[in-house]
Design a protein around this ligand. Structure first.
Ligand code: C2E
Ligand code: CA
Ligand code: CA
Length: 766
């Protein structure tokens, strides 16, 4: 009987040891498992040393082994304590408490190890078996043994309380995780306690160690986590937003969640799961397919839903077919988000038309798909759109753009692509045969009444690029259509302008002219030419300053090739200041030559008034070269005068009061020439040469010319007629009372040196 007990104890110890070794190899090496293994090893030691103690033949050795047993038991309990803390997820550092616990354990161990020598904790006595053979057992417990008991009691209680409170707070599914350990330990504690109380012959509770070790080890670390994982997986799958249908190797549905059922019972296709799965197999999957995904859509409660469905076969580790599953993912939200984002990225927020990039992409695709068709890229632009925004408000501006977008998208019909390039620029890609200038202008003509103001009408300028080269990017085609618009930018009508290669060259040229300006000014490629002006008596004392550009490669470039470009870009002021200075230098030189009456007439561009302080510049020039202002004649075009009437009026008055001679240049070329005469006091009226050319043919114009000269006289102005080319013109102009002539009939513009040599201070025959 005793030997059976001892045998069982050794067996149990070996078993516990086995668990520890197994754990070492099979489990992860984290601190929880480390404590568990330690607890197992110590328990094995506890049981084994107790059994060895029983078998000893001397009291000393029996006491020694029982002591070792108690010592190991003490540390085993400690390890269980730390293991349980980890198991329930308490990671807080114990601090000083840990030292107290360890000190108690070390004290307990110390007394157990000293005990064999002085027997002050417990005693051992032989226990005689029937055969006369004896074994040892622990007999009397001294009071100091109570320390050991209290230590175990406290630790045991702490362990049980920790587990119990975790059990109470944890969700039901986790109950088994804690309850197994709790019950195992509670049983050991109870049996141990009863051993202490009843003083059994031997400590049978140690037998339970093996059983408890097994339970704790197996349930807590192997079985329960897996079982728990199954349950967790089950809940996860059941509550997942994705539908899942699992099918076993025989093709039977073994599991399906709610989302999968919802999908099958969607109002568009009410089907049972079985039928749905069958139809999938027929439509999408053959025997060899291991995985497949496809997209589908379904209407649920009136709302379109988008799904992706994934099919996957599953195999075990030896590659045996286990079954398959379908995963139904509702991607409606992603789909809507994706499309909203795509819409935002490809459409203009205000008008809903394609944005530039997307328009180019789509237009290019359409042209690629229809190589036999001819296309136009059309760009529209609102004249003075800025005024709409500034004067009538941004809301009006927005409404106008929306209206234009509506018209734009209705003009071409279905085979067109429309977009908004930027601001007030819209674009259309349409087949050439569908395009009609009249229809288009007509469609936009409804904008005439868009703004309720008789003086302000919306004009649309339309630029057309015929797609002759499909290899160039659509955005460049738009640029070209836009370039065509620039040629009609000043027009106060709705117009269609076509891009052609001439236009392209002119823009290339414009670009070149601008880029070369700076160098040209620095290298003094601009030179002063003078065209003589002849008084009625034939005397020449001055002329008009006209610039010429002597380009190192292109030779002499006349001003009509660059002045407009410089005006557009603002470079004109720099050039004008340069020419004005040359003129003043010449005047001061002529003074030295004793020609105090000579003069030069300089051109002031309309843009100069915006770009520089004309008054200051001119005053400082006459001061610098010490010339009398009356020798610098200032030609200001009538359009420049009308541009900002009040400011110009004041400026002209100031310049005249300084003594400058102010001439109204190009008179008769503008819209309200006569009207301006009443507002502006100038010294000279310079009749536009276009006017003269018209009078060549018409008698009526002669009367008008005569009347203008008379009118100028009445207003105390001198009259210069420019563009005089024939003797005939000189004759009738003389008859009407013209004071000064300028034109090819007398002389063309010439280098200033030629002028001073051949014409200055010379009298010619009239
Ligand atoms: P504009 O001020 O009206 O100058 C008169 C233009 O008419 C000159 O052209 C002159 O050569 C031309 N012309 C003179 N007599 C006749 C004639 O009998 N028949 C014909 N067909 N033409 C005649 P140009 O020199 O080519 O200058 C063209 C325009 O360029 C000028 O028109 C002026 O507006 C501008 N321009 C010239 N030089 C300057 C300058 O230094 N500064 C500014 N701002 N503009 C200038
Ligand atoms: Ca002029
Ligand atoms: Ca002129």
């Amino acid at each position: 009987m005793i030997y059976m007990l001892v045998g069982l104890m050794f067996g149990g110890a070996a078993f516990i040891l086995g668990c520890a070794v197994y754990g070492k190899f099979k489990l992860k090496d984290n601190s929880m498992e480390k404590y568990e293994r330690r607890a197992l090893l110590l328990s094995a030691g506890t049981v084994a040393s107790y059994a060895t103690g029983i078998l000893m033949k001397t009291e000393f050795l029996a006491l020694l082994f029982f002591g070792i047993c108690t010592l190991l038991e003490c540390f085993a309990v400690l390890s269980v304590f730390f293991f349980v803390r980890q198991y329930i997820g308490v990671n807080k550092d114990l601090g000083i408490k840990k030292s107290i616990i360890y000190s108690a354990a070390i004290f307990d161990s110390a007394i157990m190890l000293i005990n064999p020598f002085i027997n002050f904790v417990f005693k051992a006595e032989p226990y005689y078996l029937e055969s006369g053979i004896y074994v040892y057992r622990i007999s009397d417990f001294m009071p100091i043994y109570t320390f050991h008991l209290i230590f175990l009691l406290i630790m045991g209680l702490l362990i049980l309380i920790m587990l119990l409170s975790k059990m109470i707070n944890a969700p039901g599914a986790y109950m088994i995780k804690y309850s197994t350990i709790f019950i195992s330990l509670a049983v050991i504690a109870t049996v141990s306690a009863s051993h202490v109380y009843f003083r059994f012959m031997f400590d049978y509770s140690l037998l339970l160690y093996a059983a408890a070790a097994f339970f704790i080890f197996y349930y807590s670390l192997i079985y329960i986590p897996r079982g728990l994982m199954d349950r967790l997986l089950f809940f996860t799958v059941a509550t997942m937003n994705d539908g899942i249908i699992c099918i076993d190797a025989d093709g039977k549905i073994v599991h399906s969640n709610k989302a999968a059922k919802d999908y099958c019972e969607a109002d568009a296709v009410i089907m049972t799961l079985e039928n749905q799965v069958k139809s999938w197999f027929i439509e999408n999957i053959d025997g060899r397919t291991a995985t497949r995904t496809w997209e589908t859509q379904r209407r649920i409660e009136g709302i379109e839903h988008y799904y992706s469905i994934e099919y996957r076969r599953i195999f075990d580790s030896s590659l045996k077919y286990l079954g398959c599953f379908f995963l139904i993912h509702d991607k409606t939200e992603e789909y809507i988000k994706y499309h909203a984002e795509k819409y935002r990225a490809t459409h203009d927020a205000l008008t809903g038309l394609y944005n530039k990039d997307y328009f180019c992409e789509q237009a290019s695709e359409m042209m690629d798909n229809n190589p036999e068709k001819d296309y136009y890229i059309i760009v529209t632009d609102v004249k003075n759109f800025k005024i709409v925004n500034d004067v009538f408000g941004v809301e009006s501006g927005d409404n106008l753009l929306k209206k234009i977008a509506d018209i734009t998208s209705s003009v071409g019909g279905i085979n067109c692509i429309y977009g908004r390039l930027t601001g007030d620029k819209f674009t259309i890609c349409m087949q050439k045969e569908q395009f009609s200038e009249d229809e288009m202008l007509n469609a936009y003509s409804v904008l005439d009444s868009f703004i309720d103001n008789a003086d302000f009408k919306i004009h649309i300028h339309i630029g057309v690029y015929e797609v002759t080269d499909r290899n160039i990017r659509v955005s460049l085609m738009c640029d070209r259509a836009n370039l065509a618009i620039k040629t009609i930018k000043e027009s106060y009508r709705s117009f269609v302008a076509y891009y052609d290669s001439r236009l392209r060259e002119s823009f290339i040229n414009e670009h070149r002219v601008i880029s070369e300006f700076e160098r040209a000014i620095n290298e003094e490629q601009f030179r002063l030419y003078i065209q003589p002006q002849i008084f009625a008596d034939g005397k020449i004392i001055g002329g008009e300053a006209l610039v010429r550009w002597f380009h190192p490669e292109d030779g002499m470039i006349p001003p009509d090739k660059f002045i407009k470009i410089f005006e557009r870009t603002g470079l004109i002021s720099k050039l004008d200041k340069f020419i004005w200075e040359l003129a003043c230098m010449k005047l001061s030189y002529w003074t030295e030559m004793g020609l105090e009456n000579s003069y030069i007439s300089i051109n002031i561009s309309q843009k100069d008034f915006y770009l520089i302080n004309v008054y200051d510049v001119i005053i400082s020039l006459v001061k610098k070269y010490d010339i009398s202002p009356k020798r610098l004649h200032l030609e200001i075009t009538e359009t420049a005068m009308m541009d900002n009437p009040q400011a110009q009026l004041e400026l002209v008055a100031r310049l005249r009061s300084e003594g400058f001679i102010v001439e109204i240049d190009d008179f008769g070329s503008g819209y309200s020439s006569l009207n301006m005469l009443k507002d502006f006091d100038a010294d000279v009226l310079k009749i536009d040469m276009g006017f003269l050319q018209k009078t060549e043919r018409q008698e009526k114009s002669h009367s008008i010319l005569k009347m203008i000269i008379t009118l100028a006289k009445l207003l105390n102005m001198e009259v210069i007629t420019e563009g005089v080319e024939t003797k005939n013109q000189v004759d009738f102009l003389a008859e009407y009372g013209c004071d000064i002539y300028q034109g090819y009939y007398f002389a063309k513009p010439m280098p200033v040196e030629d002028f001073e040599k051949d014409f200055l201070n010379v009298t010619v025959e009239i």
